[in-house]
Design a protein around this ligand. Structure first.
Ligand SMILES: *[C@@H]1O[C@H](CO)[C@@H](O)[C@H](O)[C@H]1NC(C)=O
Length: 359
């Protein structure tokens, strides 16, 4: 209120004065309003910082939004994968359970791109039975299926002559519902069975990246327990929970570690309240599904030793060099956590793995 009075007074004072003076006043006003916004911003930030522990204590589900960063959107129309160069991809929606609709992209093998032009959903669905391996790609914890590194993997798989089926879990992208660990696994099991019912005897391989590795191993264990294991699993940028530095509850709170007192914010209790575990190591102890682990040595989010731990766990269970492999990518490439799709040798690793599984 006072500010407004001042402003009116100021504008009154400038009345009838030469133009030069007026512009000087405008400039001061701009600077002072700029400063006011900075101050307001700082106050808001401090308030947020002080209030966060209380918010998290009383509304642990807020963690959902920090761990599953599904609210982050890319400004693309998910109904139009062709806008992103995927001209042989169809967008579809599947219902994994009541109230949960999942946005899914199905990219057919690249050699079919011409034939695919203008084709219906039904054509795409039928193409799944063409005998080519089908990859179900489970993405990480941020954003949606249109992220560039996800398109990158779909393109690599398609160029190899495989189908790539990329889903946004519940709550992500244009999928409905709220993300929870159990929910993500339910969605994946649904998609797996949907694909399996259409592709007959083709290989179905589950590829998880980052958070998706936890969903992949959860799913693989469930399928195995039901007596119909997946043909293979690929884990890219996988993490383990056991080896976290003391006080850091989960790798997916990594983004927030740099803030002081963050351990306090992400108490084990609040993570547990969200039933957020994604226990890769425990899952691998049960899994007999052929496995390939892809990991860059400069991965800043899931350190390389996590991949080694997973590899050693799987090897002790599978007892066969053939069924489990670890492909390490040199840190000098700068692939970090998301960039493996750029490696020129990646297609070869995938092809060889698929051939070993098909035998
Ligand atoms: C469609 O996609 C394929 C495979 O990525 C590419 O080779 C082709 O040039 C694209 N065609 C058009 C018209 O964009």
């Amino acid at each position: 209120m006072r500010r407004r009075v001042d402003e009116t007074a100021a504008s009154k004072r400038t009345e009838g004065k030469p133009v030069k003076r007026e512009s000087a006043t405008v400039q001061t006003k701009t600077r002072s309003s700029w400063w006011m916004w900075v101050k307001r911003g700082l106050i808001a930030l401090c308030t947020l910082y002080v209030a966060t522990p209380f918010i998290l204590q009383f509304f642990p589900s807020v963690i959902q939004y920090l761990v599953y960063k599904h609210a982050v959107t890319y400004f693309v129309d998910l109904r139009r994968p062709c806008d992103l160069g995927l001209n042989h991809t169809v967008n579809m929606y599947l219902t994994s359970e009541a109230g949960v609709t999942l946005g899914v992209w199905h990219t057919v093998p690249e050699q079919k791109w011409k034939e695919a032009q203008g084709k219906s959903l039904q054509w795409y669905e039928q193409s799944l039975e063409d005998g080519s391996p089908v990859f179900i790609y489970l993405h990480g914890n941020t954003g949606n299926r249109a992220a560039p590194h996800r398109l990158g993997v779909a393109n690599v798989l398609s160029a190899l002559g495989y189908h790539a089926v990329v889903m946004d879990y519940r709550g992500f992208g244009d999928s409905t519902g709220e993300p929870t660990e159990a929910g993500l696994t339910t969605d994946t099991l649904y998609l797996y069975h949907w694909v399996r019912a259409r592709c007959k005897d083709s290989l179905v391989i589950i590829w998880g990246h980052s958070l998706g590795t936890g969903v992949a191993t959860n799913t693989a264990v469930k399928l195995q327990e039901k007596g119909n294991p997946a043909d293979a699993v690929i884990l890219e940028g996988a993490f383990t929970v056991a080896e976290m530095p003391k006080g850091y509850p989960h790798p997916f709170t990594w983004y927030y570690w740099r803030f002081p007192y963050i351990q306090y914010y992400f108490s084990q209790d609040s993570i547990k309240a969200n039933k957020f575990v994604l226990p890769n190591v425990q899952n691998l102890k049960k899994m007999t599904t052929p496995l390939m682990i892809l990991h860059s040595k400069d991965d800043h989010m899931a350190p390389f030793r996590m991949a080694e731990e997973l590899y050693n766990t799987a090897k002790s269970v599978l007892k066969s060099e053939d069924k489990v492999r670890l492909v390490a990518f040199d840190g000098s490439h700068g692939y970090l956590h998301n960039g493996l799709y750029r490696d020129p040798a990646l297609p070869n690793y995938i092809r060889e793995f698929v051939q070993s599984v098909a035998k």
